[in-house]
Design a protein around this ligand. Structure first.
Ligand code: LIP
Length: 259
């Protein structure tokens, strides 16, 4: 079903719940309980799990017929046609080490794709949000990506997966680009990297191995800010590659990564 209600209402609910989870997470524990996932590098803390539980409970209290997809295992069929896509802590490693930039990323989709999303980074007092067709915002101000930007002037964010074998190709891409761009930034949280593209804090972002919850909210925010987002071939973004940049730089990066 296509959602025909008020997309901003969904967005406002995502913002409210993300902020509630942010309050919980800012009480960072002295002792962590780690649950290993896909590899020894890929773990959830007890706070990832608590944050997801709080987000799910808060959303379903308001919208009990909605579906849920969460990084830490929340999975619920939608009866309303609306499904929430949750990363309860995006940048878990940053959170574990006490580094800034971790965030709560909450997207919401219907059968046509993501229709609203919010990314909240409490350590940097940053809140980004967007509704499809409604533009992208950072702390209340409308934002747009940098365009045009040439490759030799580009500041590019990237990231590396938990699967060490994937890092061979990821580092090959970095080695290819580093000599011909301005510089690289590795912030450690995909959703914020996508929001940085949206607000022009970086010129592009690319990463392999992302999941739906890493991409849902930040991807909409980036596209609503005028960025183009694709995989390495120009097709739909996903696990194989997420590449986001203003249109001119996106074209140059597709060509550079294809070599
Ligand atoms: C993380 C991403 C980051 C990526 C990590 C991990 P998580 O998400 O935000 O960009 O490099 O491998 O996927 O696991 O912290 O939600």
């Amino acid at each position: 079903m296509t959602f025909i209600g008020d997309r901003q209402e969904l967005c406002d609910l995502a913002i409210e719940v993300a902020k509630k989870a942010g309050e919980l997470l800012m009480k960072r524990p002295a002792v962590f309980d780690l649950s290993e996932k896909s590899s020894v590098l890929d773990f959830a803390t007890q706070m990832d799990i608590q944050s997801e539980a709080l987000i799910v409970k808060s959303l379903l209290e308001i919208r009990p017929d909605d579906g849920i997809v969460g990084e830490e295992g929340a999975n619920r069929e939608s009866k309303s046609g609306v499904t929430w896509v949750i990363d309860p802590i995006d940048g878990t490693v940053n959170y574990f080490y006490g580094l800034p930039g971790w965030n709560i990323s909450i997207g919401v989709k219907d059968e046509t794709g993501v229709i609203a999303g919010a990314v909240f980074s409490p350590t940097t007092n940053s809140l980004w949000w967007a509704t499809r067709g409604g533009g992208a915002f950072y702390n209340g101000l409308k934002i747009s990506c940098n365009n045009p930007v040439t490759l030799d002037n580009a500041l590019i964010a990237s990231g590396f997966g938990y699967d060490r074998s994937a890092r061979v190709s990821q580092s090959a891409d970095i080695a290819k680009l580093l000599p011909i761009i301005r510089d690289v930034r590795r912030n450690g949280a995909a959703a914020v990297d996508l929001c940085y593209v949206a607000m022009g804090a970086v010129d592009a972002y690319f990463e392999e191995g992302l999941n739906e919850w890493d991409l849902a909210a930040g991807g909409l925010i980036a596209t609503e800010a005028g960025a183009v987002i694709s995989d390495r071939t120009g097709g739909a973004p996903g696990k194989s590659m997420v590449l986001a940049a203003g249109p001119a730089l996106h074209r140059e990066l597709l060509a550079a990564l294809a070599i």
